[in-house]
Write a protein that binds this ligand. Structure first.
Ligand code: UDP
Length: 358
């Protein structure tokens, strides 16, 4: 197939502003290229594709990024900045993609406009929905596409898809990772880890509180989206509990992450998937997570980590104390079986082929 993959309009690929979608896109594009598809990626100016996506063509657009919809409230109106990058993306799709011979467009952005365009677009638009429900207008437009032709929608996990009003059972594709990029580490250091955008929906404060009660340092990797929130979390725990490690490219992130005794994953929202959960496991790091959203499906208690009741810091502390019962090599094996890039590419290919049938 000749496919156009549209990236998030939150910022350039490689900046971290697109959250997990950046890594999802890289894995998906590399996996589809490996299966012989011809891929063009449409992304914000300044985007960088990893080396294994070099065979993909890159189309880029300038313009003002979208504000992230999850930070605006459930009843927030759909907004478009002047000179919107999102508008430029979709103008380019509508005017250039049909003549360029693309069979389908695969959208990874969680934006109202491409969903709304879907029934009337001059070529088939597919959407890999990257978040659960965060906004009423988004819920409505996703439900409209589902009612029109649900074959155009795929989701990462059942917990995520359950947020939406769907006409049929959801198509679930999980996610896929380049396992050769993650090194297994058998021996941890005296360290807990937390990875994610530092923003309230990610619940860093609970992981920090649990680490403090365990008397263990917590290394934090990720883009600080909300400085005031980061400062409040820092102030809530004894000095030296948190080690701010910044936002690192995957190669460096995995090298440091592997040294953790456990990854704490404590989201306050219905996390669609939880890339960082699987990335930690790929390094041999067991995950202690809330039984909520995607991580609640990825963590197999006793195999690759422990699940605890959502928002229960005492339960987190108890689970950290039981983490040496988890075999670190079983964490890696679980990822190899369930979340490789090849597995994702096969699922995406099957989805598109099915959706393109009359
Ligand atoms: N990430 C990274 N470097 C860091 C911290 C995080 O590249 O130092 C990436 C990580 O690999 C993951 C993404 O940030 O792909 C976070 O994705 P996740 O699905 O966990 O959450 P989201 O940000 O999409 O809500």
């Amino acid at each position: 197939m000749k496919l156009l993959v549209v990236a998030t309009a939150l910022g350039p690929l490689g900046s971290g502003r697109g959250g997990g979608v950046e890594l999802t896109l890289a894995g998906l594009v590399a996996g589809l290229l490996q299966r012989g598809h011809r891929i063009t990626v449409l992304a914000a100016q300044g985007s960088e594709l990893p080396a294994d996506c070099a065979a993909a063509e890159l189309w880029s657009c300038g313009g003002s990024p979208q504000p992230s919809v999850q930070h605006q409230g459930r009843e927030a109106l759909i907004t478009m900045p002047a000179d919107a990058l999102l508008a430029r993306f979709w103008q380019r799709v509508l005017t250039e993609a049909p003549a360029a011979g693309f069979e389908a467009v695969l959208n990874l952005g969680y934006d109202w406009l491409p969903f709304w365009l879907t029934p009337t677009a001059p070529l088939p638009l597919f959407h890999l929905v990257s978040m659960g429900s965060v906004n009423a207008a988004m819920d409505a437009v996703i439900a409209e596409v589902a009612a029109w032709d649900q074959r155009r929608l795929a989701f990462h996990t059942a917990a995520q898809a359950a947020d939406f009003a769907l006409a049929h059972p959801p198509l679930l594709v999980g996610n896929g990772f380049d396992l050769s990029a993650y090194q297994f580490r058998a021996q941890p250091e005296v360290l807990l880890g937390w990875v994610g955008r530092v923003a309230p929906e990610k619940g860093l404060e609970d992981a920090a509180a649990a680490a403090a009660r365990c008397g263990l340092p917590l290394a934090v990797w990720g883009l600080v989206e909300d400085e005031a929130y980061a400062a409040a979390v820092e102030a809530s725990v004894p000095e030296c509990t948190l080690q701010w490690r910044g936002f690192l490219p995957t190669a460096q992130l995995q090298a440091e992450l592997g040294s953790c005794r456990a990854l704490l994953n404590t989201p306050k929202w219905n996390e669609a998937y939880g890339n960082v959960v699987v990335e930690a496991m790929a390094c041999g790091v067991p995950v202690v997570a809330y039984r909520r959203g995607g991580p609640g499906e990825l963590v197999q208690p006793g195999v690759n980590g422990w699940l605890v009741a959502p928002d229960d810091v005492t339960a987190l502390v108890e689970a950290v104390e039981r983490v040496e019962q988890i075999d670190r090599s079983a964490c890696r094996q679980w990822v190899e079986r369930h979340a490789s890039r090849a597995v994702l590419a096969e699922r995406i290919e099957a989805w598109l082929e099915q959706g393109l049938q009359p």
